[in-house]
Design a protein around this ligand. Structure first.
Ligand SMILES: *Cc1c(COP(=O)(O)O)cnc(C)c1O
Length: 467
């Protein structure tokens, strides 16, 4: 499989180059040249497979430049770190199927992609006898999942910026208590946006980027999307063996459009009608919801909510979907993105019918989230985290009789314990890995620095891994 850029400015590259490139060299996003189609017969056969076996079947259709045995080994190792052999269990609560994506080391769904990406990086660097310095900014979940994806790896150092005092206690501890020599946490005196801007500026210094072999782990990396396609297929296989209706809807708590875009790829791969609708669930940061309901893709201000990993306006994966919407024409995609950069909006009113063939949308307010957590606990004894609760609230508003809805549970409730405890009115039992982090006196390592690009660049330079 070859990969092309949404902006058409690069020669096609194989998977391993696409992973190392992250963002395409022309500023676009990488996509497979064609989306493989899965026939009904193959699909039926997949019902017998374990999660890692299924992951191999799907990924190998997108990857033809890693030997089969090596790819299997990378996948197996990536999912062996999960706390259940099922990797992604699906539970049934009331009228909904809930797909628990939080059984990895940092208890959020980002582990599913970042455990895999960390192992792919390690494998490719070994082959190329090379090294990498990963630099990223986080508002909480991505940073810890990325750190756990590469901690202790020989050829990789990782530098993660987080806004000092603005991530949850659990998120902070998850990052700073990792004491491996190759992990550098930097708390900056500033916001997440300050961190993001610094990282962008450093990546734009192309000489520095090359000298230090800078690598990115943000959600635009194709390997992350690919790893996420797997669990949509896994859910369809599971649900179709439990329900008479073979079509499934998915409710996806959405921020950067990475997770739901993986659902869109799965929908196009699978036999017609296997996935019916992708329900785009948002909190008050509703640009994507407006896009689906009115074709209005225009930036608003970011509002802080109880589901912070979805407090995003400019969704970095949206360009991928736009490319398909614009008939896979790179020139039109580039123009639309230029227009967005200049005016902060793209008018998609002419594409309503097309968008609504695949997507539908609902929004959840802060009261909705809190009451959904409380009521779901009261009715079923099941505790939702605030992100999952956005999706569940939207699913309940949307659900039509007879069509199964699968809600993506994107984080363990213990990760956002304070908010959840307030909603259900009692303390929750923390998983061992979180309880352990919160023991007073637990050793941690972190640099506190001003949000100053030069200071941070110097720090990276002096702690970077060298060949
Ligand atoms: C990142 C994240 C999301 C949003 O996913 P996107 O791929 O950015 O749309 C939702 N919930 C949790 C817990 C997350 O960490």
């Amino acid at each position: 499989m070859q990969y092309i850029s949404t902006r058409g400015g690069i020669d096609p590259v194989p998977f391993t180059r696409a992973v190392m490139m992250g963002l395409a060299d022309d500023g676009g996003l990488l996509l497979p040249r064609a989306i493989p189609r899965i026939g009904s017969e193959t699909y039926e056969e997949w019902k017998q497979l374990s999660y890692p076996e299924l992951a191999f079947e799907i990924m190998s259709r997108f990857i033809d430049d890693i030997p089969e045995a090596d790819l299997r080994e990378i996948i197996n190792r990536s999912y062996a770190s999960f706390d259940t052999e099922q990797v992604v269990p699906i539970v049934h609560q009331g009228p909904l199927h809930i797909m628990e994506l939080f059984h990895g080391p940092t208890l959020a769904f980002k582990d599913i992609a970042l455990q895999f990406l960390g192992n792919i990086f390690e494998y490719l660097l070994e082959k190329q006898d090379s090294i990498m310095n990963i630099l990223g900014a986080t508002s909480g979940d991505t940073g810890s999942a990325a750190i756990y994806g590469v901690r202790g790896k020989e050829r990789i150092n990782i530098f993660i910026l987080h806004p000092h005092g603005r991530v949850s206690k659990v998120q902070e501890k998850q990052m700073t208590t990792v004491l491996d020599d190759n992990v550098f946490n930097i708390a900056i005196r500033g916001t997440f946006d300050d961190g993001q801007a610094i990282v962008k500026a450093i990546f734009n210094d192309l000489d520095f980027k090359e000298q230090q072999n800078l690598g990115a782990i943000n959600s635009i990396n194709w390997a992350r999307v690919l790893a996420q396609v797997v669990y949509y297929v896994h859910a369809c296989l599971h649900i179709s063996s439990h329900e008479t209706d073979k079509a499934t809807d998915f409710s996806v708590p959405t921020g950067n459009f990475g997770d739901i875009f993986a659902g869109y790829i799965a929908k196009r791969m699978l036999p017609e009608g296997t996935i019916r609708k992708l329900l785009l669930a948002t909190n008050a940061n509703d640009i994507l919801s407006r896009m689906v309901s009115d074709g209005d893709y225009s930036l608003g201000d970011v509002v802080a909510t109880s589901s912070p990993s979805m407090d995003i306006q400019s969704a970095s994966n949206f360009e991928r979907y736009l490319y398909y919407l614009l008939d896979e024409e790179p020139d039109r995609t580039r123009q639309a993105m230029t227009q967005f950069a200049e005016s902060g909006k793209i008018d998609l009113t002419d594409f309503q019918t097309q968008i609504q063939r695949d997507f539908t949308t609902e929004k959840a307010s802060e009261e909705d989230v809190s009451s959904t957590i409380a009521e779901f606990y009261k009715e079923y004894g099941y505790i939702l985290d605030p992100h999952t609760a956005v999706g569940v609230n939207c699913a309940l508003k949307h659900q039509k009789k007879g069509i199964p809805v699968c809600c993506l549970a994107t984080a363990h409730p213990g990760k956002f314990g304070d908010m959840v405890e307030k909603s259900i009115g009692k303390p929750i039992e923390l998983p061992e890995s979180i309880a352990d982090l919160l023991i007073p006196g637990k050793k941690s390592r972190c640099e506190l620095m001003d949000a100053d690009r030069n200071l941070i660049q110097d720090f990276v330079r002096s702690h970077a891994r060298r060949n």
